[in-house]
Design a protein around this ligand. Structure first.
Ligand code: ZN
Length: 487
């Protein structure tokens, strides 16, 4: 049996990939039946950070993040209407229209948060054949049973041979008392058995043929199947939110052990949750804020719009294993912190090197490195970078100096840790606008000089400016009041 690591403390020393130089990483992705919210942003950013850091360390990373588009029922895994099918019924859409629509919007939101796309993004509905084969393996090994066209994991039998509940620290008795009695449970031997395959009810519109019934896979099945399909029967890292440990990840472990005789995952990593004013976020709490609402400010709990980098910075300011409590005030503070970093970053690019270094910059790289190495301690990285803003501002204000070598090193540290690893965009969000403004200002200046040359009958200069701008692709039109230009 493989050990469970729930953190990567002393990352560089303790992390040993299964194949040298390569890392396989699987993260549970979204169920695409609605817009992404703050709860989606946290795992996406946490594992984006890990993805970036592993690549920085020189690993070739295959990062698989799935799209759940079938089998995620309203009550955990086993009962109720399929979430996608329900949305499709309410909106009178084809289920795959719902999937495509929300997948596109998820990608748009992730790009705004500067979350890199995964290497592979498999859909559950595209892997029905593989899931059926995986269920069959579990049946063949005797750890599942067919009941009325559905297939259930025989948890009691499994627990005799393997430690069920090891990840969540539960035992079968705890699980019995936690499991709700729901409709359809008469099909199961025990309330804690979970569905590997469900026979579709007549009104259920998403179904596929299988040896047992026309139906659909249980929600947990997709991750065992797609994780091992793309990363191998054993792979390095499996991530997701803390709320997925039970039942989802326990079920994944059980499925892998039952089918393959061993666990698939070497390191489990879970990000903690985001609460809103101390409460779990959820539609039923009326505190559910989508990322789009953050970006537009269109929600009663928000004092104003918050840019995607403020959200990213806000999340990275906490360690991924701590809870984060959201409030508008906390976001406003994060926004100020980010602005301070953006200002320091802009100044850093413009600083002039002096003869010697009189400000405190030594040891910064080591502080950043050690913090990342200590279980991705992003608050410490941010604190170290903040400390260096003092040095940057001192030189900027002319109250200190920095040598050429130290300036180069400082720029490289900011590029490596703030931009590449934390994934912050520090060019002010209107950086593109500033560029455009400077560009058109320069063209106006040139054409102003040409106008003056024409008035002075300096035809050589005026023709030279017009001809060379035209050759560069500009169209210049003389008007009554001066000139107009376009590209
Ligand atoms: Zn999953």
């Amino acid at each position: 049996m493989l050990e469970i690591y729930n953190s990567l403390t002393r990352f560089k020393e303790t992390f040993k990939p299964l194949h040298e130089g390569h890392v396989g990483m699987y993260v549970c992705g979204p169920t695409v039946y609605g817009d992404a919210h703050l709860g989606h942003a946290r795992p996406a950013i946490t594992f984006d950070l890990l993805f970036r850091y592993l690549q920085y360390l020189g690993y070739k990373v295959r990062y698989v993040r799935n799209i759940t588009d079938v089998g995620h029922l309203e009550h955990d895994a086993d009962e109720g209407e399929d979430k996608i099918a329900k949305k499709a019924r309410l909106e009178q859409l084809e289920p795959m229209e719902v999937v495509q629509f929300y997948t596109n919007r998820y990608h748009r939101d992730m790009a705004a948060l500067n979350v890199l796309p995964p290497s592979i993004e498999p859909h559950a509905s595209g892997h029905i054949i593989e899931q059926i084969a995986f269920v069959q393996k579990i049946l063949d090994k005797g750890y599942a049973y067919v009941s009325n066209g559905s297939v259930y994991m025989d948890v009691e039998k499994y627990a005799k041979d393997y430690p069920y509940g090891k990840l969540s620290g539960r035992n079968l008795n705890d699980i019995v008392t936690e499991t709700r009695e729901l409709d359809g449970q008469e099909e199961k031997k025990h309330s804690y058995d979970f569905a590997l395959w469900k026979k579709a009810a007549p009104e259920h519109i998403m179904h596929w043929p299988s040896p047992w019934s026309e139906g659909f896979p249980g929600w947990h099945m997709e991750c065992s199947t797609m994780g091992t399909k793309y990363l191998g029967e054993q792979f390095d890292i499996h991530g997701g939110g803390l709320d997925l440990i039970f039942p989802h990840h326990e079920a994944e472990i059980a499925q892998s052990c039952a089918a393959l005789g061993h666990e698939s995952v070497h390191y489990w990593m879970h990000n903690n949750m985001i609460t809103i004013a101390g409460k779990k976020m959820g539609k039923s709490y009326n505190n559910f804020i989508t990322l789009e609402q953050f970006f537009t400010g269109n929600h009663p709990l928000l004092s104003k719009p918050f840019g995607p980098m403020v959200i990213r910075f806000f999340i990275l300011q906490a360690h991924y294993r701590s809870t984060v409590d959201f409030s508008s005030e906390a976001l406003e503070a994060a926004e100020k912190g980010l602005q301070r970093m953006q200002e320091a970053y802009a100044r850093l690019q413009k600083l002039q090197a002096g003869k010697e270094t009189t400000v405190e910059v030594a040891g910064l790289r080591q502080r950043c490195q050690e913090a990342m190495d200590d279980d991705l301690n992003t608050p410490f990285v941010i604190a170290a970078l903040f400390d260096s803003t003092r040095a940057i501002n001192t030189v900027w204000d002319g109250k200190g100096s920095i040598s050429e070598a130290d300036l180069k090193e400082l720029r490289d540290i900011w590029k490596t840790y703030a931009i590449d690893i934390l994934g912050l965009r520090l060019e002010a969000e209107d950086g593109a606008n500033a560029n455009a403004k400077a560009f058109s200002g320069a063209i106006d200046l040139l054409l102003g000089i040409r106008l003056q040359a024409k008035q002075n009958k300096d035809w050589a200069t005026s023709d030279k400016i017009r001809n060379e701008l035209t050759a560069l692709g500009f169209q210049i039109k003389d008007t009554k009041d001066g000139f107009e230009w376009s590209i």
